[in-house]
Design a protein around this ligand. Sequence first.
Ligand code: TA6
Length: 355
Amino acid sequence: MSAPVDPKVCPLCGGDNACAMAQAGSPDTPVPCWCTSTAIGAEVLARIPADAVGKACVCRACATAGSAGTTAQPTVDAGGRPAVRLRRGDDEVLVAHLGAQVLSWRRAGEELLWQASHATFAPGKPVRGGVPLVFPWFGDHPDGDHPDGGHPAHGFARNLDWQPAADQPRDGVALQVEHTGDPGWPHAVGMRLEVLLDPELHLIWTVHNRGAAPIRFEQALHTYFAVGDVHEASVHGLEHVPCSEHAAAPEAAWDRGAPLRFRAETDRIFQGVPDTITLRAPALRKELVLATTNARSAIVWNPWPAKTARLAQMAPDDWRTFVCIESANVREHAVVLPVGASHTMQLRLAARPLA
Ligand code: TA6
């Protein structure tokens, strides 16, 4: 007599199958789940034990393990700008050459990141949304504005024309750029960003010091997440982590031991952060898990209405539907890189049905 089949367990690997149906739905109140929208290949179906068929879905990794992996195709974005489209199973990612900016991450057609309502795809200009890069300074340049505009907010990496690298990774695309410095930061660096679907969304950002002196830089993967309704969203894992609030009109006081909730403009820099942070988005019945390597800072931001009104590409109500969680190294955790050395920061994003 075989053990009863657990609907929450993948019958192939024994891991959590993250099946919303198994976790929240029931036969008479079915809950949409990724597994009901995915055509699972015959070779995977054939491996499911007979007594588990129809009783437990396979997890995403096993369902796509038999797939041809991730494909990467040259394409253009909505503004006709050079881009690369990644596809794996029912996942699709679009990466613009400009600024190596991830513009979109869709799963079964559902956008998991976020773009401003009036997102513009203009030559040489970053889109507000997706994952803009921040490098080599966070926020405004320490010396303020520069006569030739050479001190753009959040640095110049997002305005550079990255190109596909000669050596490409198996499950995605690598973009690279060599830069000899700007008036605001006169240093020579080489950078490589790998964007992988393996099978979650995995960003690997390496900075090389090509100059003749040590360099100090700040960096962030400034990720915009769709949450449906920011009032219902919460951030978990930053409880009791030291932070500073930089919003112009923040919440008067909040419980630093509780998950972060959004009740006013929020622009908090957390320092000494854990490797895993979770964003719960009940309005979309999902949670996003951020797993990082070599990211010692995190910034959590929502502009609320007043600041939204001052931001380009935004519609007045855009603040209601996104949260930024930025995996970073800023301020006292800026990176100091010796001559010839390199530094790699990684971010792995997983989306799961909300249990
Ligand atoms: O990371 C938070 C922040 O510094 C906010 O104060 C706001 O200025 C935002 O970045 C703008 O970021 P973006 O990269 O979209 O221009």
